[in-house]
Design a protein around this ligand. Structure first.
Ligand code: NAD
Ligand code: MG
Length: 395
């Protein structure tokens, strides 16, 4: 696609934190982008106001009932937005010949089919939905490569690494003299909290992230550091990096978004204010740069950047994720599925905070990782792990 034409953008999960930030960036550049499709699960009125502002060709919701509600809200607004619903409709908009760019920003495994549909249709895929890549791994990368899709990481750490790698990166670290990929981590709200009190933390405390405002699931993942664990696995697939070459470094200010360490001693880092509009704008405009609305970084005002090695005892989920990556096969699918169930149970008040890592560990012990040669096998394994985790949380 050339610059003379508007890029048509589909946002999967437009009502979420990433979705809203994406629309904020798009609204700054009407000369470059046009919204093709917006999707939401249940937040119908929020989606309706997004439709009024951005006039998408298609809007997708989770159910027939939500679709009927949306139709009513859009009536008389003089829009040509077609309303559809359900998982198949998500895949259709993501793979539509009428769209160029897909922002994959649904949370969790629910986002995999549509993210994959975008890859299979050869789209420019802006990937925020890390769970999709964690659970499907090589199969997702194959779909990208076989169909000529462009996969651009939106997760701030991976976007940073992408910016710090050589432009001609050939997916082999050693060919470029790369020693390590260093993922920075804020450490979340419980970095310095008394370990014995962790058992009693509430969902409200867990979602109160010090630096980023995000959806509830990823906020809990940040508190357990499973988020960083998922990101280690995500980095493995995105950059073809072995676990031994991916380090995690605690950096509470979240100003350095990640770095690449080279054999000659050079370390290249990407810095900025913690605001997802920066990686979103980079993904949208790549290889160009556009205004994102993010304020310039003022290091003199920040004054201090701190660093620590992560404490695997405080954050057992990080260890579980490294183990899943080392085990390979479908271990990461099992890790992700059991984490999703445990986090939801924690948010619903059914289990305590420390039960999250225990449930994941037990499901990983009980469900054997198997070779997965197609998506059906992935979804099978995901379902098995979910069923067992659901039993454990006593739903
Ligand atoms: P969120 O909870 O704010 O939004 C989730 C979106 O997904 C909503 O639009 C919701 O309608 C949709 N959705 C939820 N369940 C669905 C389902 N079953 N079917 C269809 N749609 C569904 O989440 P978020 O914070 O925006 O995160 C989205 C993704 O981006 C996650 O994978 C997260 O890990 C990743 N991510 C987020 C951030 C961030 O700053 N928020 C940073 C890095 C990565
Ligand atoms: Mg991240």
């Amino acid at each position: 696609t050339t610059k003379s034409r508007l890029q048509k953008v589909c946002i999967l999960g437009s009502t979420g934190s990433i979705g809203v930030s994406t629309l904020d960036v798009l609204a700054r550049h009407p000369e470059l982008y046009q919204v093709f499709a917006l999707t939401a699960h249940t937040q119908v009125s929020k989606l309706a106001s997004q439709c009024e502002q951005f006039k998408p060709e298609v809007a997708v919701v989770g159910s027939a009932r939500a679709a009927a509600e949306l139709e009513i809200l859009l009536r008389g607004k003089n829009l040509r937005t077609t309303v559809t619903y359900g998982p198949q409709a998500l895949c259709e908009v993501a793979g539509s010949p009428d769209c160029d760019v897909v922002m994959a920003a649904i949370v969790g495994a629910a986002g995999l089919p549509a993210s994959l549909a975008a890859a299979k249709a050869g789209k420019k895929v802006l990937l925020a939905n890390k769970e999709a890549l964690v659970m499907s791994g090589q199969l997702f990368i194959d779909a990208v490569q076989e169909n000529g899709a462009t996969l651009l990481p939106i997760d701030s750490e991976h976007n940073a690494i992408f910016q710090c790698l050589p432009r001609n990166y050939n997916r082999r670290l050693q060919d470029h003299g790369i020693h390590k990929i260093v993922l920075t981590a804020s450490g979340g709200p419980f970095l310095n909290r008394d370990l014995t009190s962790l058992e009693k933390v509430t969902p409200a405390e867990a979602v109160a992230h010090p630096n980023w405002v995000m959806g509830r699931k990823i906020s809990v993942d940040s508190a357990t550091m499973m988020n960083k664990g998922l990101e280690v696995i995500e980095a493995h697939w995105l950059f073809n990096a072995p676990a031994a070459n991916i380090d995690v470094l605690i950096h509470p200010q979240s100003v350095i978004h990640s770095m690449v360490s080279y054999l000659d001693g050079s370390v290249i880092a990407q810095l900025g204010n913690p605001d997802m509009r920066t990686p979103i704008a980079y993904g949208l405009a790549y290889p160009d740069r556009i205004d994102s609305g993010v304020a310039p970084l003022d290091l003199a005002k920040i004054m201090q950047l701190n660093f620590n090695a992560p404490d695997f005892k405080r954050f057992p989920c990080l260890q579980l994720a490294y183990s899943a990556l080392e085990e390979g096969k479908s271990a990461a699918t099992i890790l992700n599925a059991s984490n999703e169930i445990a986090v939801q149970a924690f948010l619903d008040g059914k289990i305590g905070f420390r039960m999250i890592d225990q449930i994941i560990a037990r499901v990983m012990d009980a469900v054997p990782a198997t070779e997965v040669s197609d998506m059906d096998a992935i979804f099978d394994c995901d379902a098995k792990a979910r069923a067992l985790a659901t039993e454990m949380v006593g739903a």
